[in-house]
Ligand binder design. Structure first.
Ligand code: CTP
Length: 399
C-alpha cells in the first residue's frame, strides 16, 4: 500500500475559516494525514483545539512554537509534508507570500517549503480583483503555486462577485488530481500554441481577439502534471503559464509559425491559440494620423500555423481547437479535415459561462473517424486533463 501523504493545511483569517474543519476532514477521508496551521486572525474565527481534536496532530499558530523541543517546527513541517494547502487564503496572506514576508508560522512554512503549494483564496470581491492581489497571484502562479479559483456569489460582507471560497469538493479534488495524477504522458514532448496573436497596424495599434490564453495554460499545466515535457508558443496572453513549461513568447501569427517550426520533434501538437487570420498588409511606421472620416485597412491572410506544423511534423499527433459562435459542428468537422489533424476540440463561445475569459469550458471532441465525445462542463484544468486522457486513449488504439 502507498504511504500516507501528509498535507499542511494553512488557515487564514477569512470568515470562510469556519469551513476549514470540513476541508481537513475531507482530506482525511481522502486518505491524507493533515497538520493544521492557523494565522493569528484565523484564531478569531476558529481555535487550535478544534483541529487538534479532528486531526490528532498539533495545530500551530505561533512561529516559535516547538511541539518537539529543539526542533524548528516551521522547517520540520515544511520538509515533512507532501504539499501545503492554504484554504481559505486572505489577500493579506497571499500578498505576504508573494512578497517573501514570513512573519507568522503559516507564511514561514510557505516560504520554507519546496513542496507544491496550493492556495484557495476567499475574500471580498474588491480585495480579490485589486491590482495588488492579482499581481501577487500572477507572480506566485509563475513560481509554480496552484490557485483554486474563488467562485462568484454572495460573500459574507453582503456584496456579490468573485471571492467566495471554492467548494470543499473542488479544493480536495484539485489537490488530489495534482498529487495523485498518473504519469500517463511520461516521455512525451507536447507542443502547445496558446493565447491570441497581435497584428500591428502601426507602432501603437494592432488587430487581436479576445483569447485569454486560459485554455492553453490549463493544457500546459495538465500535461506537466501528467509527466510530459511541455513547450508553449504563447501570444501576448493574460493567463500566466505554469512553471516547468518551456515558453516561447511571440506577438504575431508569422512569429508563432517560426517559433513552432523551431521546436524539435514534438510527439503531440495542440493548437489552442486563437491566431488572427489576417494581418494589415503594410505596417505603418510611427502613428497613423486621423486625416479623414473613412479609411480602408488592407489585410492579407496569415499562415495557418497548425496546418503548417502538421506538414512540418507529419508524425506528431495533432489536435486543433475551434471556438464556434454556435453549436453547429459542421464547420469544425470541415476545419479538422482541412488542417490534417486527428481531432478538433470544439467549444461554443456564444455561451458566456464557458466562452472567452471564463474559467470553465465544455468541449466536444470530434475525431477523424467520426467519433464524438463530450467533456461536460468543468473547469478548464479538468477539461484539459480530460482532453489529454482522450488523446492517450486514442494513441493507444492506433498502435
Ligand atoms: N489556427 C492556426 N492558425 C491560423 C488559424 C487557426 O493555427 N491562422 C488553429 C487554431 O489554433 C485552432 C484551429 O486552427 O487550433 C482552428 O482555429 P479557428 O480560428 O477556429 O479556425 P480557422 O481555421 O481560422 O477558420 P475560421 O476563421 O473560418 O473559423
Amino acid at each position: 500500500m502507498a504511504a500516507t501523504k501528509t498535507l499542511v493545511l494553512g488557515v487564514s483569517g477569512s470568515i470562510a475559516a469556519y469551513r476549514a474543519a470540513d476541508i481537513a476532514r475531507e482530506f482525511m477521508r481522502a486518505g491524507y494525514s493533515v497538520r493544521v496551521c492557523l494565522t493569528d486572525s484565523a484564531q478569531k474565527f476558529v481555535l487550535p483545539a478544534l483541529f487538534e481534536g479532528l486531526t490528532g496532530n498539533p495545530c500551530l499558530v505561533d512561529t516559535f512554537e516547538e511541539p518537539i523541543t529543539g526542533r524548528m517546527a516551521h522547517i520540520d513541517w515544511a520538509r515533512q509534508c507532501d504539499a501545503v494547502v492554504i484554504a481559505p487564503a486572505t489577500a493579506n496572506t497571499i500578498n505576504k507570500i508573494a512578497a517573501g514576508v514570513g512573519d507568522d508560522m503559516l507564511t514561514t512554512i510557505a516560504l520554507a517549503t519546496d513542496r507544491p503549494l496550493f492556495i484557495a483564496p476567499a475574500m471580498n470581491p474588491n480585495m480579490y480583483s485589486h491590482e495588488a492581489t492579482q499581481a501577487a497571484i500572477q507572480a506566485l502562479t509563475e513560481r509554480g503555486v496552484e490557485f483554486i479559483q474563488p467562485v462568484e456569489g454572495d460573500v459574507a460582507c453582503g456584496e456579490n462577485g468573485q471571492g467566495k471560497l471554492a467548494s470543499i469538493a473542488e479544493i480536495v479534488t484539485f489537490v488530489r488530481d495534482h498529487l495523485d495524477t498518473p504519469a500517463l504522458l511520461a516521455g512525451k514532448h507536447i507542443l502547445i500554441t496558446s493565447g491570441p496573436t497581435q497584428e500591428p497596424i502601426d507602432d501603437v495599434r494592432y488587430l487581436t481577439n479576445r483569447s485569454s490564453g486560459k485554455m492553453g495554460s490549463a493544457l500546459a499545466a495538465a500535461a506537466l502534471q501528467m509527466g510530459a515535457t511541455v513547450t508553449v508558443v504563447a501570444g501576448p496572453q493574460k493567463a500566466p503559464l505554469p512553471k516547468g513549461a518551456h515558453v516561447i513568447r511571440v506577438q504575431t501569427a508569422e512569429e508563432m509559425l517560426a517559433a513552432t517550426k523551431s521546436v524539435a520533434n514534438p510527439d503531440w501538437v495542440i493548437g489552442a491559440a486563437a491566431v488572427a487570420d489576417y494581418r494589415p498588409a503594410n505596417r505603418i511606421k510611427g502613428k497613423m494620423r486621423r486625416e479623414s472620416n473613412e479609411i480602408a485597412l488592407e489585410l492579407v491572410a496569415n499562415p495557418d500555423v497548425l496546418a503548417e506544423i502538421v506538414k512540418h511534423h507529419p508524425n506528431a499527433l495533432a489536435l486543433a481547437f475551434a471556438a464556434e459562435p454556435d453549436d453547429n459542428l459542421e464547420k469544425a468537422t470541415e476545419k479538422m479535415k482541412r488542417k490534417g489533424v486527428i481531432g478538433i476540440a470544439v467549444n461554443d463561445v456564444s455561451n458566456t459561462a464557458i466562452g472567452f475569459d471564463s474559467d470553465q469550458n465544455e468541449l466536444t471532441l470530434l475525431l477523424q473517424d467520426g467519433t464524438r465525445k463530450q467533456s461536460g462542463r468543468q473547469s478548464k484544468t479538468a477539461c484539459a486533463k480530460w482532453l489529454l486522457t482522450q488523446l492517450v486513449e486514442l494513441e493507444k488504439s492506433r498502435v
